[in-house]
Design a protein around this ligand. Structure first.
Ligand code: SF4
Length: 357
């Protein structure tokens, strides 16, 4: 099979198998952009309710630009990779201030927006404006590496260039939007990472990986073993119906709220707490009662987070020592804040707090 025949077979397969997804029924660049950012590193089933929520709350780019960052993060809560939400919000403001509220129409100006890289710019410009830019995402890497028997590791500069040029050569310049959708959908449903059904594949005649029995070996990736272990201790201070929070200034959870954080080199034990609390807050052990919750291990792509929630009930005198250090609010207000997923889960599962006697 040559490229033209492979393309024709792929497009035929797509029109018979494509999922009925809301962002495929529009050519509105703003709506497509929302879907693309939400779906990065996210499964369709998980992203769909977030997409619906965003479109409903922010039907136009100007609605998103006018929102408070905390509301945007709150709507994003649970989806992870919060920099996506922060960038989305910032980029919506640029569309309003620099493009008079009209989503930009060229690949270069789309790519200039915060949080938009090669893939997203190609996706938006081809889906919304039918511009001839080939997308390369995880699905495309897999499909192309298998069809072509291409073993250059996809997570190297060389691999990125190689696969972009393969995708460019394969692109249907007449219908780039449909073509890009087709190859990604083919990777998502047919040429799946594990045990694809090659015997029932319209491209099996052309597929080098299938012919050479190397489907499970492609695509290739260079191994990166880096995985940092972090120990996060959150002080869940409480006095009467109130607690204290701070807003993160950096890292993956930047701009989200959290309980005051103390990071340690290893898991802290209960007997170590009094001296830490005394040093940091001048709290006397008679001033509080404490309960420890170890949360389930939270794994991110390069980090394992060991989270301890230290629920600390303060006396009135101790509570005064925290004044001005953090933002003070009522426990019930925690519902309104954007919090990291493990903290939200902890609060939901424990219905905020259990009384200590
Ligand atoms: S034959 Fe198998 S590996 Fe090749 S494209 Fe089809 S599903 Fe993918």
């Amino acid at each position: 099979m040559d490229w033209t025949t492979i393309r024709t077979e792929l497009h035929k397969w797509y029109f018979n198998h494509k999922r009925d997804l809301p962002w495929r029924k529009t050519t509105d660049a703003y709506t497509i952009w929302l879907s693309e950012i939400i779906l990065q590193q996210t499964r369709v089933e998980q992203g769909l309710p977030y997409f619906n929520r965003f479109v409903k709350r922010f039907p136009k780019v100007s609605d998103l630009a006018a929102a408070e960052q905390d509301e945007v993060l709150r709507l994003w809560e649970g989806l992870g990779y919060y920099s996506r939400a922060r960038n989305l919000h910032q980029a919506s403001k640029s569309v309003v201030t620099e493009h008079e509220g009209e989503f930009p129409k060229s690949y270069a100006s789309i790519k200039n927006l915060k949080g938009i890289g090669d893939y997203t710019a190609a996706a938006i410009s081809s889906f919304a404006y039918n511009l001839p830019h080939a997308v390369v995402d995880g699905n495309v890497y897999r499909v192309l590496s298998r069809i072509c028997g291409e073993a250059t590791p996809i997570n190297t500069n060389e691999g990125k260039k190689r696969f972009q040029s393969l995708a460019d050569a394969f692109l249907d310049k007449e219908k780039p939007g449909d073509h890009n959708q087709a190859i990604m959908e083919f990777g998502a449903l047919q040429c799946v990472p594990k045990n694809p059904n090659c015997l029932d594949c319209p491209l099996k005649e052309a597929c080098v990986a299938h012919a050479r029995a190397m489907v499970s070996e492609l695509p290739q990736k260079l191994r990166k073993t880096y995985n940092k272990q972090r120990y996060l201790n959150y002080w869940f201070f409480q006095f009467e119906d109130g607690t204290w929070v701070e807003q993160r200034q950096e890292g993956i959870w930047k701009a989200l709220h959290q309980f005051p954080l103390y990071e340690s080199e290893r898991p802290l034990e209960g007997e170590e707490l009094p001296s830490i609390l005394e040093e940091r807050y001048q709290l006397n052990p008679n001033d509080y009662k404490m309960q420890l919750w170890r949360l389930p291990l939270h794994k991110l792509s390069h980090q394992s987070l060991y989270i301890s929630m230290w629920e600390i009930h303060l006396s009135k005198q101790a509570a005064q020592k925290l004044e001005g250090l953090y933002k003070q609010l009522k426990l019930t207000q925690l519902k309104e804040l954007a919090l990291p997923r493990p903290l939200r889960k902890f609060l939901d599962e424990n219905q905020l707090t259990l009384p200590l006697d």
